[in-house]
Design a binder for this molecule. Structure first.
Ligand code: GRF
Length: 202
C-alpha cells in the first residue's frame, strides 16, 4: 500500500480529484496518509477533515524555508509517506526537501511547461495569445516548475475564452492528469533518460 502526502495552500480541487480517484479504485493500492497546508485558512484542509483524513497546518509565515521544510518532512516521514503530491502548494521546496524524496515529489502546473512557469500561468498564456495551453504534471527538482514531465494535457484556447473560462477548462484536465501521473509513478514502469520519461515495455 502506497502512502501519499498532499501539500496544499488553498482550494484543494486537485487534492479532491486524487482522493476521489483513490476512493473509486482508479488509483489502486494507495491511501492519503496526511494532508498538510502552510496556510491555516486553506479550504482544502477543511475538505480533508470532512473526508476523515488527517489534515495538519504547519504555518510557514515568519519562518525560514529550512525550518519550515524540516517540520513538513518530519511529519511526512512520521506518516510513512512514500509519494508527495504538491497540489496548489504555493511554496518553493528547499533543495534539502527535494533530496529527502528522490523522484517522489510531483507537482501540477496549469500550463504546458516550459511555457509560462510561475504564478498565474493561465493568465500569462491567455495574455500571450497562445492558441493551445494546458497543464503539466512533473517531478519536482530544485528549480521552479522544472523537473521531468510525467503527463501533459493540451487545452485549446477558444475565441470566446477569457482567462477565467480558460483556467476552468484547464482545471478539468488537471484533475485527469494528476491521477494518470500518480499511477505512472506508483507503477514504476518507466525510466528517465535525460529529461524524458519513457515507459518500459511490459
Ligand atoms: C492549480 O491550478 C494547480 O495547477 C496550481 O495551483 C492550482 C491549485 O488548485 N499549481 P487547487 O487548490 O488544486 O484547486
Amino acid at each position: 500500500m502506497h502512502s501519499l502526502g498532499i501539500l496544499l495552500s488553498g482550494r484543494g480541487s486537485n487534492f479532491v480529484a486524487i482522493a476521489d480517484s483513490i476512493d473509486a479504485g482508479r488509483i489502486p493500492d494507495a491511501r492519503i496518509a496526511v494532508v498538510i497546508s502552510n496556510k491555516a485558512d486553506a479550504p482544502g484542509i477543511a475538505t480533508a477533515r470532512a473526508r476523515g483524513l488527517t489534515a495538519l497546518v504547519i504555518p510557514s509565515k515568519g519562518r525560514s524555508r529550512e525550518e519550515h521544510d524540516r517540520e513538513v518532512v518530519a511529519v511526512l516521514k512520521q506518516h510513512g509517506v512514500d509519494l508527495v503530491c504538491l497540489a496548489g502548494y504555493m511554496r518553493l521546496l528547499s533543495p534539502w526537501f527535494v533530496q529527502q524524496f528522490p523522484r517522489r515529489i510531483l507537482n501540477i502546473h496549469p500550463s504546458l511547461l516550459p511555457a509560462f512557469p510561475g504564478l498565474e500561468a493561465q493568465e500569462q498564456a491567455f495574455a500571450y495569445g497562445v492558441k493551445v495551453s494546458g497543464c503539466t504534471v512533473h517531478f519536482v527538482d530544485e528549480e521552479l516548475d522544472h523537473g521531468a514531465i510525467i503527463v501533459q494535457k493540451a487545452v485549446p484556447v477558444l475565441e470566446t475564452d477569457d482567462e477565467h473560462t480558460l483556467a476552468a477548462r484547464i482545471l478539468v484536465q488537471e484533475h485527469v492528469a494528476y491521477t494518470e501521473a500518480v499511477n505512472i509513478v506508483l507503477r514504476g514502469k518507466f525510466e528517465i533518460v535525460g529529461r524524458r520519461l519513457q515507459m518500459k515495455r511490459a
